[in-house]
Design a protein around this ligand. Sequence first.
Ligand code: NAD
Ligand code: DAU
Length: 350
Amino acid sequence: MKKILITGGAGFIGSHVVRRFVKNYPDYEIVNLDKLTYAGNLANLRDIEAYDNYRFIKADIVDAAEMSQLFKRENFDAVIHLAAESHVDRSISDPTAFVMTNVIGTVNLLNAAKDSWKGDYERKRFYHVSTDEVYGALGETGMFTEETAYDPHSPYSASKASSDHFVRAYHDTYGLDTVISNCSNNYGSHHFPEKLIPLAINNIKNELPVPVYGKGENVRDWLWVEDHARAIDVIFHKAASGETYNIGGHNEWKNIDLIRLLCSIMDKKLGREEGASAGLITFVTDRAGHDLRYAIDSTKLQRELGWVPSLQFEEGLEKTVDWYLENEKWLNDVTSGSYQAYYETQYHGR
Ligand code: NAD
Ligand code: DAU
């Protein structure tokens, strides 16, 4: 029996992690803590919310006193920490929100764990979910390994890098059992349509312009979100204390090539003439400080813990498109209200 706190479980990746743990580990008690920001959505977890081993707590990790009381009351065995502000474009317009949640929120959780687990650190675990963006940008060649020096460029990646440093500092200074993983770009169901793939799917579906930043030459390494959740499961259970693992799909795509592939998949699914949706592609002003290329070397994870990605990108992208087309209500609900204002501010006049 283990009682695990998963933070950010109502978000995109968190909901896949919560679902996996609730279903695969009936002996574990899974407590999902989430503030339910614009990105958090309990509809992501409808299928498992009635399970006996699942519980939801609405709370803000920035509230230090609440985190401290919660840890003392609940006596968790472990934390899997995903709660974060996660969108680079939002970090450019409001960096402070990223410092508050990603840095202060993480430190609050570390303090709560350090204080409430004192004397019992070897039986507890703090797992911090991070990103490949902490390593900065690659040129045409090379890959990020666990040894690559941190070099973040956006307020988002700077805040995640800072949180990673705090996690390592609590391991080295206080002896807390910590693990960090740094993953590449995820895609799949329940992805909020501010991010490239779901935004493009939504716009193609509604015959709206598909905004591609700059010339579309930036490269991302895409991983099926359920493969990320499986990697987190493996690392959580098998990694030694203080370890770091990179997670990635060995699946690099230039944004423009990815969007063209998506257009072609959607033409077929929507019964449109081949090439019709590609006409929606619109090149817009580039993102400030836009990292050229990310590519993850996940050899360490494959060699030491036996994880490999399961899905080919074309198959995963089709499954993703199918999910969005079948879940029109989910998409309509999350794109109504404040999404419209965000979209207008982010893309108007670009
Ligand atoms: P998301 O934005 O979809 O979800 C974040 C969740 O955190 C939401 O449910 C939100 O309500 C919650 N949250 C935000 N602020 C909070 C606060 N102050 N207190 C409590 N809850 C709060 O993000 P995601 O894409 O699912 O990313 C999850 C984690 O994985 C993040 O730490 C992110 O840095 C990391 N990550 C994401 C990717 C990716 O491609 N999306 C890749 C690598 C790593
Ligand atoms: O690499 C992991 C990171 O991947 C995660 O840590 C972040 O949380 C996650 O948001 C993601 O960051 P990116 O900035 O790479 O993802 P995004 O979907 O915002 O953008 C992907 C690429 O597409 C990037 O080069 C910018 C570009 N883009 C994005 C949007 C939203 C466009 O060309 N047009 C767009 O409208």
